[in-house]
Structure formats: structure tokens, C-alpha cells
Design a protein around this ligand. Sequence first.
Ligand code: ADP
Ligand code: TRP
Length: 332
Amino acid sequence: MTRKRSLTGIKPTGTPHLGNIIGAIKPALELSQTFDTNYFIADAHALTTVTDPDELRQHTFEVAATWLALGLDPETSVFYRQSDITEDFELAWIFNCLTPKGLMNRAHAYKGFVDAAKEAGSKEPDAQVNMGLFSYPVLMAADIILYSADVVPVGQDQKQHVEIARDIAVKFNNLYGDILTVPEPLIEKEVATLPGLDHRKMSKSYNNTISLFVSDDELHKQIKKFTTDSVEPGETRDPKDVPIFKLIEAIANEEVTGQVANNLREGNIRWGDIKELLFEQIKETFGPAREKYVELQNDRSYVDEVLVQGALRAQNQAKPLMEQVRKAVGLR
Ligand code: ADP
Ligand code: TRP
């Protein structure tokens, strides 16, 4: 029996942080036990916002090295740069020609951008929106459908985009015959949204992240910045209301997590100790990944070669479908 295919991409718009790793990369890697997997670096999507070429190259390396350090096996998973597969852009164009503009007007990334500009009093909120950003979900549909992916593991925020990809696949099939696989989003309900240093969602946009692939000193400094309040002696806390506990829970084993929970409930609370514990647990859980990352940093050409080889495999996957699509729509 052929296995189903899971596919996802991460945009290289910043240095991956603990939230990305726990919320997206680790769950996707676990899926490679049950699915065939395509994982890629969405560098073309990043171009909608990143205009500095060195920055784009650096973040592309960081995202690739993060996946590899955390255990992505490039033999098992097809692992590549989105932009290396030119068929993706060709398919996106064909999809552009059957996607109603109104559907894009409702896409939340664009809508959010326009709403924010309106709120800021802009008379022409569309002026700052490039066409790449506007048609972002069309390229994303091509990313997914080109490889006949069955499931797309994403965070809640990307669900609408995968639904747009479904709409596009259905529309194409109705017009041209049953050629495309209609994908489904796979939202991991159990994966917690990790809070950042200031307790908001950990996000590169809020500058409140914990980066794993830094020196011990740097890691320690980041953790010490986690905001905590003052507690009266003997005051008790419900662990579920304690932001730093969410990090402990996501990283430490059950025994350690249980101990911290008990301490909070019993009023034995010292934030400094909890931070030290978090530091130790991160070092323990991610020790091998952090070592591997340093190795990769010293061998960038290896990372590059992995991506080039992955792109060859992805191209081979893409070509037969693209031929069928071209023929179906009446192109050569
Ligand atoms: P950011 O908010 O830092 O810009 P992205 O939006 O690029 O992160 O997210 C990339 C992936 O990481 C998505 O699948 C998203 O759901 C996941 N992710 C991002 N932040 C968190 C978080 N704080 N907790 C859990 N998952 C997260
Ligand atoms: N839009 C996704 C994000 O911002 C990244 C992405 C691009 C993606 N293409 C994809 C995710 C295809 C899943 C499938 O996180």
C-alpha cells in the first residue's frame, strides 16, 4: 500500500525559535514515521517581505540547519528549497488564472495587512501590498498540489490557506478532469502555543523568542529575561496559569514537570530555580541537536548539497504531474 504524503514549508524570515521547533518542526518530523514526507524552505514566500539578499540566504541556512539538527533524515524526507523547483511557479501561474480575486481579498494575511493600514489612517491601504503578498495563497496551493500532498501539517493560522488550496484543486478538477489531489490541513490540537519572554505568543514579530542554537551563555541570558512577577512567601499558583510552566511542560520529562507543578501548587515557588531548571532541561533535551547545529554551521556546503540533492528528487516528483497539467489545460 502506498503511504500518504505529508508536506509542509517554513518561511525563512527569521531565526527559528523554540516555538517554531515545538509547534511545527518536531510534530512534522514525527509524521515521517507514518507518511512519505516533503519538507521545504519557503524562500519564494519569504521574498514577499525580505528584501535583503544576505538576510534571505542566512535565514534559509538557519531553517535548513534547524530541520537537519533536529533529526530530519534527507534520505527519508524529500527536503529542498521551494525556489529550486521552477514547476512550482508555473503551476502557480495556472492557478492564478482560475482563482477569483475575491477569494484572495478574503485571505487573512492580506486582509490583516490592509486592516492594519486602514487603522493607521492610510488613505490607500493597498499601496503597500505587493502582488506576491496578495496572491500568497496561490503559490502556497501550488507548493502543496505539485507533489500531490494528502496532508499539510500547519498551525491554526495557516488553515485558511490550505482550504484555499483545496478550493483551487477542486475547481481545477471540475474544469479539466480528476488530476489533482485535494489536500487536507492537519492541525495538531495538542501542540501548545508556547509563550515568549513577555508571555505573549512566542514570535519573531514580538522579539520575545528563545533561540536554541546559541551558546550556553546566550541561552542562559535569554531564559533569565523571562518575565516573572513577585510571590508572597507561601503563596500558591495553579500551574496552568503560570507561563514559564508551559515551557517546562513542553520540554522536560513527566517527572520533572510533575515536581515543578507540585512546587507551584504547594507554594514552594522560586522563579530563579525554575529558570535554572528550564535551562538545564533545554540543554539535556536538545543537547545533541545543538551540537549537530554547530557542526552544520561549520560545514555549510554540506547543507547546500543536501538541498540540491533534495531539489533533484522534488523535481522528479513534480515533472509527471506538471506534464499532465500542461496537457489538460491546452499548453504544450
Ligand atoms: P513567527 O510567529 O515567529 O513569525 P511563524 O508564523 O513563521 O512564526 O511560524 C512557523 C511555524 O511555527 C507555524 O507552523 C507556527 O504555527 C509555529 N509556531 C510559531 N510560533 C509558535 C509558538 N509560539 N508556539 C507554537 N508554535 C508556533
Ligand atoms: N505560509 C506558511 C507560513 O507562513 C509557509 C508555507 C509556504 C507553507 N508554503 C507552504 C506551509 C505549503 C505549508 C504548505 O508558515
